[in-house]
Design a protein around this ligand. Structure first.
Ligand SMILES: [Zn+2]
Ligand SMILES: [Zn+2]
Length: 397
């Protein structure tokens, strides 16, 4: 069974989980009935002869079925978005084909076989379009010009630059986080706890900074095969200054800055706070800039274009944060950032070791929605590139 719908496109908020099963038509009725009898289903509704929805405690789950010879059409149809599919339908029509009801047919309503998505796009004289790009914007025109980006993949990510530990509001020790990062095959990981007055439940006190540095130094001696960066996620205060003094910040290997607490300020004031932080020579990455929370809040109404210009000019990266509570920058904003020449980081912002991989996957999915390529991404490079990126800005300061 394959995941389709919003989930496959990495939509920031997913209202319903949709699955696609491939089986001969003669088996569909029996499979749908068996699905409605799953122990987790407390209600069900047949949507069509090939689709059934069940209600579970944690939301709805829809199963669609397709015969193998139409699996490509069905995958595209059920993956959406509806605007993308509508554009493909028009394109099919112009070629004497019908894309409807999760099938491809000719004018005489005879099935045109398309077992894979490649087959379907091929019939429509297009290269394969990755699911994350299927938003019904300019992806079809770009595909027609053979100018689609080589999107970033999870395997391009060589390290995570944003993680939390028990030194602030994380659940696990630095050692556990580093070992988990190593397990994922990362070449480097940055430990970046919250600063002393941060908008978080627990924070890194000023006097803890040297103790944390010592602990990281010890871990470096004990754990081989991964570079540990001692970083910090420092809060941007009400007046745009940072929550640690410069001499403290200069002791970190990398400084992420974030604006967690808007202090009841509006867009223009928030933009000014960000710009001040971006121009600070010790700030390397702006984390989750909109501070949004999908399905709950769109986040700050800030002047992104001004932030991008300053970030590109000063050599400051902007983050795509993969925590499900952020997914920020979102795809559309990230695409504008990359177009403005801003260096991107894709991070987990993870607070527990077992979620490192999952949150990075969400980050990469969000980046792909933003047409992000490995060449845009700082942590798709090695640790030397990360260190050089930091050093370059410091030397200019
Ligand atoms: Zn944060
Ligand atoms: Zn964080």
């Amino acid at each position: 069974m394959l995941s389709v719908g919003d989930l496959r496109r990495f939509e920031p908020s997913v209202s319903s989980v949709e699955l696609l099963g491939i089986a001969p038509a003669s088996e569909h009725a029996a499979i749908l009935t068996a699905f409605t009898r799953l122990p987790l289903a407390f209600a069900s509704r047949h949507i069509s002869k090939r689709s059934v929805m069940i209600r579970t405690e944690r939301g709805t789950l829809t199963l669609h079925l397709t015969p193998p010879e139409q699996a490509g059409a069905a995958m595209v149809w059920h993956t959406g978005s509806s605007r993308h599919v509508a554009a493909l339908r028009d394109r099919a029509h112009a070629r004497g084909l019908h894309l409807f009801d999760a099938r491809l047919a000719d004018r005489q309503e005879r099935d045109v076989p398309c077992a894979s998505e490649d087959d379907l796009y091929d019939r429509l004289e297009l290269p394969f379009i990755p699911p994350e790009l299927r938003l019904g914007g300019d992806e079809i025109d770009t595909a027609e010009d053979h100018a689609l980006p080589e999107l970033v993949l999870e395997r391009h990510i060589r390290g995570d630059l944003h993680t939390h530990t028990i030194w602030s509001d994380g659940r696990d020790s630095a050692e556990t986080m580093v070992l988990a990062a190593k397990q994922l095959g990362y070449e480097f990981v940055a430990i970046t706890d919250h600063s002393q007055r941060a908008w978080s439940s627990r924070k890194l006190a000023l006097e803890d900074v040297p103790r944390q540095r010592e602990e990281i130094e010890t871990l470096r001696g004990r754990i081989s095969g991964i570079e540990i960066l001692h970083g910090v996620e420092v809060d941007i205060m009400r007046d745009g200054t940072l929550d640690f003094e410069d001499d403290v910040l200069a002791g970190f290997d990398i400084v992420l800055a974030s604006l967690h607490d808007p202090c009841e300020q509006m867009g223009p004031q928030l933009t000014r706070r960000y710009l001040k932080a971006i121009r600070h020579p010790l700030v390397n990455v702006i984390t989750h800039p909109a501070n949004r929370s999908p399905a709950r809040s769109e986040g700050f109404d800030i002047d992104f274009q001004a932030l991008f210009a300053a970030a590109a000019e000063t050599g400051t990266a902007m983050e795509i944060d993969g925590a499900p509570g952020h997914l920020d920058m979102d795809g559309a904003v990230a695409r504008r950032a990359a177009a403005a020449g801003v260096t991107i980081t894709i991070d987990s912002d993870c607070h527990r070791a077992e979620w490192l991989a999952r949150q990075m996957r969400f980050g990469v999915g969000t980046a792909r929605r933003g047409w992000i390529e490995p060449r845009h991404v700082l942590n798709a490079g090695g640790v030397d590139e990360v260190r050089a990126f930091v050093a370059r800005k410091r030397s200019r300061g």
